[in-house]
Design a protein. Structure first.
Length: 192
């Protein structure tokens, strides 16, 4: 489990495509000394198991299900990814409960500035629309955010300058794909 508070933006240093799965290497300075093999790490919001670490590089295996549902299949060498280590019992809980179980990847329809903030408009698939609530929580590429507005085929979020500068969002453009995890508490409440 995670909080959606990004600890570091890592950089992809290796992508190895094997039969049935991929292995990626991510350069890390902040998380590297904190995590051990077998730990859960959020990589762009996807909960992955750390299989090996050496020389400031964290290694993860990606199975087909993770690749199919997320934007990790679009990664290239030198791409930036958001990293967060798992929440420890008794740890500080900022953000919201983020499980690292991506619901879908969606296209960013539009990015624009309003005052000092950046706004993102993201396509919303009809089957997930019931989980979108104005002022509700959502995780985008693992970042805990608040839904600003819900429209018929999309939703928007406000990004403060700190979040824009300290996450991989600053590398996104209209047309980029972003991982979406809808609020777990909304899913539980609406699926009773």
């Amino acid at each position: 489990m995670f909080t959606g508070i990004i600890e570091e933006v890592g950089k992809i240093s290796r992508i190895s495509k094997r039969a049935g799965y991929w292995q990626i290497g991510v350069i890390s300075k902040v998380i590297f000394p904190k995590v051990e093999e077998s730990a859960s790490v959020s990589v762009n919001g996807v909960c992955l198991t750390l299989i090996k670490k050496e020389k400031n590089i964290l290694y993860f295996d990606l199975i087909k299900a993770s690749l199919d549902l997320s934007n990790l299949k679009r990664l290239k060498i030198s791409d930036c990814v958001n990293l967060e280590s798992g929440l420890s019992l008794g740890g500080k809980l900022d953000g919201h409960f983020v499980l690292g179980h991506i619901d879908c990847e969606e296209k960013i329809k539009r990015i624009w500035r309003s005052g000092g903030n950046v706004l993102l408009e993201i396509a919303a698939p009809p089957k997930f629309k019931k989980y979108l609530v104005s002022k509700g929580s959502i995780a985008l590429d693992g970042i805990s955010l608040t839904v600003a507005e819900v429209k018929s085929g999309s939703f928007s979020v406000n990004i403060i300058p700190y979040t824009w500068q300290n996450t991989g969002l600053k590398n996104k453009k209209a047309g980029s794909y972003i991982n979406v995890e809808f609020d777990y508490l909304a899913k539980v409440a609406l699926n009773r």
